[in-house]
Ligand binder design. Structure first.
Ligand SMILES: Nc1ncnc2c1ncn2[C@@H]1O[C@H](COP(=O)(O)OP(=O)(O)OP(=O)(O)O)[C@@H](O)[C@H]1O
Ligand SMILES: [Mg+2]
Length: 494
């Protein structure tokens, strides 16, 4: 291989946010034509490091060499100077909802500007359509980005960056919202571009992806590199996890707090979950159980969860409770960036918005003391790490943003929790914390419904797995099943 030429060399990069030392003298080197995975726990500094590289955030000290040019990492003009060298797909989607797909794809691309800055809409649409075809995406180039689902939006971000034709691509958690099929398409493109000499910095919490696409792995912990440029072939999942954690990892086991005679909290009868559904669904959630809804993307499992949570109307059928009134439901949405939190607001406001009705007095004023106490308690329960409860959520690492969304869902002391992809973007350690939280809630008598694409997660959590396919329930596992049973049952429908 002729990967021996560095394309990126970052030296002694530091960055401090207030009292947080996000980067403490980091060295990071990327060779031409390699896929370099950058892994580490939530808050390890991954996004900060790549943001310093792309110029999205400026570092406090350090130097960066790109090809043969040396820059001060702190330089004012840095971002403008490296525009043609580096493209960065950020962890938080940045599409403009009111622009079309084509406009979003080419907004930063100088090639479609004609003389005097006039944009040729015709050529833009044609090029966008060609790109969409090439990526197998079945949407119109003139559709508004706001109408698209989370997976398509994420793919568009990636396509937009990849089509700029720059030598270094940064993908920060690119697959968080992608289906398996979409992931395949992405990985194919990454491989093709890599063979053409493009370099990738690939950030992911999914270590299986790291083993699939990466050549080289760098592991960060607490703002430092703890393993630099290790060939992926010499590592295994456990070694990586241990280096990330700095201690042995434990994989916690499922607990069973179910009781067949426990009362039903929520009941769905004769549900048609979407217009493609061909059969009715009957489903119930009992006190103390954790039920997982599993099945391929598009199976209707998300629709079922949204309907149970009262976030979506069914085509027909209804959700009731044998107790008469519907229980209070805590909801964790699948796309936290779109509907989970408001970035400019602090942790306190983001959490308490989940319970404004119970926190406000008769005149509608929020009871400040009560709010502060409740938010502090929920932030502790969900292990949110922030400098204060006033810190804007946009400043938190991805995993901590997800914990804020969890805290919000618990604000009104719900009887049932419906959580879609509860640990998306969450590191292995924080995952265990959220699992422990869900088990604890179940032991206290809540009913928990989890939608997940991760077999490990389902097996560690769910006392019952309902497999959804084509808008109907096709299979169910209850009680003492193994991960192998789960995979076999899932394969049965895929
Ligand atoms: N704009 C900011 N203001 C204040 N603190 C910040 C800001 N951005 C990041 N931080 C802090 O810097 C540290 C590193 O965060 P960073 O986002 O780089 O982590 P990460 O490794 O990408 O984590 P994740 O896997 O959760 O995305 C964290 O403690 C985070 O809270
Ligand atoms: Mg990050």
């Amino acid at each position: 291989m002729e990967n021996s030429h560095p394309i990126v060399e970052m030296r002694n990069i530091t960055k401090t946010f207030g009292s947080t030392r996000a980067l403490r003298g980091v060295d990071f080197t990327v060779m031409r034509g390699e896929v370099h995975a950058l892994v580490g726990r939530n808050g390890a500094g991954k996004s900060t490091l790549v943001s310093a590289l792309s110029g999205f955030t400026s570092a406090d000290t350090g130097a960066i060499r790109i090809s043969d040019t040396r820059f001060e990492a702190t330089g004012q003009n840095y971002a403008a100077l490296i525009r043609d060298d580096i493209a960065h797909v950020q962890q938080t989607p940045r599409l403009f909802d009111h622009l079309t797909v084509a406009e979003n794809l080419f907004i930063e691309n100088p090639l479609i500007r004609k003389k005097f800055g006039v944009i040729s809409h015709k050529s833009m649409l044609a090029r966008a359509t060609a790109l969409l075809n090439e990526w197998n995406i079945d949407i119109r180039a003139n559709a508004h980005a706001g109408e698209l689902d989370a997976g398509t939006r994420q793919l568009l971000e990636i396509i937009k960056a990849l089509s700029r034709g720059v030598p270094v691509m940064i993908l920060d958690e690119p697959t968080a919202a992608l289906s398996n099929a979409e992931k395949r398409v992405l990985f194919e493109h990454v491989k093709t571009l890599k063979n053409a000499g493009i370099s990738f910095v690939y950030i992911s919490h999914h270590l299986d992806e790291v083993f699939e696409v990466a050549d080289i792995v760098t592991i960060m912990r607490d703002g430092q590199v703890v393993k630099a440029r290790e060939p992926v072939g010499t590592l295994d999942v456990e070694t990586i996890a241990n280096l990330m954690m700095g201690e042995e990892t434990v994989r916690s086991a499922r607990e069973d707090h179910t009781d067949k005679s426990a009362p039903i909290l929520l009941q769905a009868k004769g549900l048609r979950v979407n217009k493609f559904a061909t059969a009715d669904i009957d489903f119930e959630v009992r006190r103390g159980e954790i039920v997982a809804l599993a099945g391929p993307v598009g199976s209707g499992k998300e629709d079922l969860a949204m309907i149970l949570a009262g976030q979506k109307k069914p085509q027909s059928g209804q959700v009731t409770s044998p107790r008469g009134t519907l229980p209070t439901i805590g909801f964790v949405p699948t796309d936290r960036h779109a509907s989970g939190y408001v970035g400019i607001l602090g942790v306190r406001e983001n959490v308490s918005v989940g319970g404004l009705d119970i926190l406000s007095g008769p005149l509608g004023f929020i009871k400040g003391r009560k709010e502060a106490d409740l938010v502090a308690q929920l932030a502790r329960l969900t292990n949110v790490i922030s400098s204060s409860l006033e810190q804007p959520v946009s400043q938190l690492s991805g995993g901590n943003q997800q914990k804020v969304v969890f805290a919000r869902s618990l604000c009104r002391s719900p009887d049932v929790i419906v959580a879609l992809s509860p640990t998306r973007g969450v590191d292995v350690g924080a995952k265990e914390q959220l699992y422990a939280l869900l088990r604890d809630l179940a032991s206290k008598g809540l009913g928990v419904v989890v939608v997940s694409d991760e077999e490990d997660e389902i097996e560690q959590l769910a006392n019952r797995v309902t497999i959804v396919f084509g808008g109907k329930i096709v299979d169910e596992l209850v009680g003492d099943y193994s991960i192998k049973d789960l995979i076999l049952h899932m394969e049965g429908v895929a």
